[in-house]
Design a protein around this ligand. Structure first.
Ligand code: ATP
Ligand code: MG
Length: 776
């Protein structure tokens, strides 16, 4: 047996050795599904199959790169290079470039990101004079996205009375018009949005049988990771491409299907056996990732879901520590707990920052954690959120480059036609847009033909428009003879963007300039990388495509030792030794928006299962009793998911229930990460108090209660009369300044103040009414 095959257990080896026919590996988290996929590709190649004939679809491009690296180490680099591997979007964007003309698109079509799509939808709503409070552009965008992922074209929409009626009921009768206009405008601009990359691939494969055949013959072996999260559009592509040879291997875990809200269809995995003949189903049961406690705790949670395939997951790994649960008063304290706990663990076990991950339900939760990590000087990296390429200054430069490649790109054009300011006002742009829409031409074409169009634009403005067109054309000429870096540098200077930031001189302006430099460095690296591999032609378009499709995870260079912070959705497939799942609160996780139906709640539970199973050695769950949400301090209760873990796998670092617990030692726990339990003894929890969320009427009350910010000053001293406890020499602890000693007291009542020397030597005078102080 080849050496690498020995790195698999028997159950894993079986699907690796089955080269032909349809198969499915269905197994729980950490059981080696991704490993099976990787080794299977190596094995197929070792049987003489050309890499060129293998297509592997992964959840991130980073995962694809890592797989490729592993395969290269088994079969050799030159062999592995020709593998088609990547996300659905990146693989099919490449195919669409080859075949674009068949669909009436230029091969250099632009890929609109979500920002571009939303801006365009917003513009359409405005142009049509619709009420933006009824037609909310984000909602409209997500509805259009779901149409596309279900392959509902504009025509299909207008032929479907149910959809039309649903939108009428939602008081958005013009939905179809917006959808139509949006598609027309994208087409006219030579642009595809993310969903188009799948929709148009489907169109290509159905309308052009010869194209379908070409790719069926090419991709004789198809493999799909995370199959449980494919949407209908992706499902149909895989189905069509694999139809001829039926050498299709999908791996997945129904318990980790977490993208239903974006159209993923768990039935794709449930129905797989019906879709192909003689499907071999393999199951893996041994988890190699996590400790016994983590595996069994996760099992005890997911068992609560009704819709699931029965699976066994066990591990031979050590028991490990129990799942540690921590409660704090506020989200800020939660952050401090996480930061100090990471700090301590790093110190005690001599670990690098890269061993830790903080996972949350929504991006907005990251701020409190960030603040705390920064105070402790712990480096971190946030994945997701606004990516580097979406920053304004970066998008501005990229828009120039996009326009060079595709002058029809309307979103790029309107972004920069007057940036830096060159005296082309919004009214002029509006006039151009009207004419362009009327003639079904791009704005750029209108600008090229100004003298042939009767437009009320004065000669001064005309000259400015001419200058702009000439500038873009000069960039285009340069693009024919220069590499992407030389061109980009030239564009940054000639457009005036660099000068603008330089002149600005504010820290913000300097930061922007540095970001532009960073972008140029990135382009330089890219160009140099390209020149090593092959010819450098088309480098600019490839660079733009790369970044349009890069997910944030893809930019991970792997060499920076930082705490990883991301949403649970993004963490799928990843693993970290220490994982903190923060914000374990009702209405946050499970999300308030996902508790209406059983299936929504089950998806939240799967999300929790995903989160918990990312941890290798230790998992922490933290929650806060109150937290800032939408600018308000709201009261919160521990997530039901904490209780759903069987007791024996859980250790409470703080007493689990809130009733009657407004005690002081809380702060010790929050700052030092461990608790002197003796301090809790006098405050035993009321045994047997049923958790309120099991009772619907209670739940309603709780929601109502949440509407008013009832804890105005959660860690302040309104309720405890701290002033009475202080004297000269009292040792105190301040939430922000740390430990200190009282030097002097003055004033009475609401004006009572204390002068305190803190451990860093600073002396501060604090108004006790507000000071976040605790007596030690
Ligand atoms: P997820 O459901 O989270 O995507 P998965 O089923 O894809 O998980 P992998 O990521 O492939 O699981 O494997 C989990 C971990 O276990 C990885 O670190 C992998 O290297 C390791 N592993 C898997 N199989 C073995 C094995 N036979 N021997 C040693 N380690 C293994
Ligand atoms: Mg995996």
């Amino acid at each position: 047996m080849e050496k690498y095959l020995a790195e698999l257990n028997d159950a894993q080896r079986a699907p690796v050795l089955q080269v032909e026919g349809p198969l499915m590996v269905i197994a729980g988290a950490g059981s080696g599904k991704t490993r099976v996929l990787t080794y299977r590709i190596a094995y197929i190649m070792s049987k003489g199959v050309d890499a060129f004939n293998i297509l592997a679809l992964t959840f991130t491009n980073k995962a694809a790169r890592e797989m490729k690296g592993r395969i290269a180490s088994i079969v050799g680099n030159s062999e592995a290079k020709n593998l088609w591997m990547g996300t659905f979007h990146s693989v099919f964007a490449k195919i669409l470039r080859f075949e674009a003309d068949k669909l009436g698109y230029p091969s250099n079509f632009t890929i609109y990101d979500t920002q571009d799509s939303q801006r365009l939808i917003n513009a359409i709503i405005k142009e049509k004079g619709l009420d933006k409070d009824v037609y909310k552009y984000k909602q409209i965008q997500s509805r259009i996205s779901s149409f596309k992922n279900s392959l509902i074209t504009v025509r299909a929409y207008f032929n479907n009375p149910e959809l039309i009626e649903a939108d009428a009921m939602a008081k958005r009768p013009r939905m179809g018009d917006i959808y139509q206009e949006y598609c027309d405008r994208c087409f006219k601009a030579g642009a595809m949005d993310f969903d188009d990359l799948l929709l148009k691939t489907n169109e290509l494969l159905t309308r052009f049988p010869e194209v379908l055949q070409k790719y069926q013959n090419r991709f004789r072996y198809i493999l799909v990771d995370e199959y449980q999260d494919t949407n209908h559009s992706q499902y149909l592509i895989v189905r069509a491409l694999s139809d001829k040879f039926q050498n299709i291997c999908v791996v997945g875990d129904d318990a980790q299907s977490i993208y239903a809200f974006r159209g993923a269809n768990i039935n794709n995995i449930m129905n797989y056996q019906k879709d192909y003949d003689n499907v071999q189903v393999y199951r893996l049961e041994q988890n190699y990732r996590s400790t016994k406690n983590i595996v069994e705790a996760a099992n005890s949670v997911i068992e609560k879901n009704k819709t699931r395939l029965d699976k066994v997951v066990w591990t031979a790994n050590d028991d490990g520590g129990k799942i540690k649960v921590h409660r704090s008063l506020t989200d800020a304290e939660e952050g401090r707990f996480v930061a100090s706990n990471i700090f301590e663990t790093e110190m005690n076990l001599q670990l690098g920052h890269g061993n830790f991950a903080v996972l949350y339900r929504t991006n907005s939760q990251s701020r409190a954690i960030e603040d705390a990590l920064r105070k402790r000087d712990i480096p971190y990296r946030i994945y997701g959120g606004l990516s580097f390429y979406q920053r304004k200054e970066i998008k501005d430069i990229l828009s120039y480059l996009r326009l060079v490649l595709n002058p029809k790109d309307e979103e790029a054009l309107v972004r920069i036609i007057n940036f830096p300011a060159r005296g082309i006002g919004q009214t002029t742009v509006d006039k151009l847009t009207v004419v362009a829409n009327h003639y079904k031409r791009s704005i750029f074409e209108v600008m090229e033909n100004l003298d042939r169009i009767d437009l009320k634009i004065n000669s001064g403005t005309r000259r400015k428009l001419d200058d702009f067109v000439t500038m873009i054309k000069s960039f285009q000429i340069m693009n024919e003879n220069s590499d992407a870096f030389t061109l980009s540098e030239h564009v940054a200077k000639k457009s005036g963007i660099l000068q603008l930031f330089k002149k600005d001189g504010t820290p913000e302006g300097i930061a922007r300039m540095e970001n532009v430099e960073e972008l140029l460095n990135g382009i330089k690296d890219f160009v140099e990388g390209q020149q090593e591999v092959a010819d450098a032609t088309g480098a600019l378009s490839e660079f733009l495509e790369d970044i349009a499709l890069a997910t944030d995870l893809d930019k991970d260079t792997g060499d920076d030792d930082r705490v990883a912070m991301m949403t649970i959705h993004l963490a799928k497939g990843l693993e970290f030794p220490y994982v903190y799942i923060v914000g374990m609160e009702e209405d946050l996780f499970p999300s308030a928006m996902s508790m209406n139906t059983r299936s929504e709640l089950e998806e939240e539970r799967r999300l929790f299962y995903v989160a918990l199973t990312r941890a290798e050695k230790q998992a922490y769950l933290t929650f806060a009793e109150s937290r800032y949400r939408w600018g308000k301090l709201v009261d919160s209760e521990p997530s039901r998911f904490i209780e759903e873990i069987e007791d024996k796998y859980v250790e409470h670092l703080t007493p689990p229930m809130r009733s009657g617990y407004r005690y002081k030692p809380m702060l010790d726990a929050d700052i030092f990460g461990e608790v002197d339990k003796s301090k809790f003894r006098q405050n035993k929890p009321v045994a047997g108090t049923p958790p309120s969320h099991h009772n619907p009427s209670e739940e309603k009350l709780r929601k109502l209660r949440k509407l008013k910010p009832d804890i105005a000053n959660p860690v302040g001293n309104n309720d405890t009369n701290i002033a009475d406890e202080l004297g000269v020499g009292t040792k105190v602890e301040h939430t922000r300044f740390g430990r200190g000693e009282v030097l002097k007291l003055e004033g009475v009542g609401n004006d009572r103040k204390a002068e305190i020397r803190f451990q860093n030597g600073e002396v501060k005078k604090l108004l006790l009414r507000f000071a976040k102080l605790d007596v030690l």
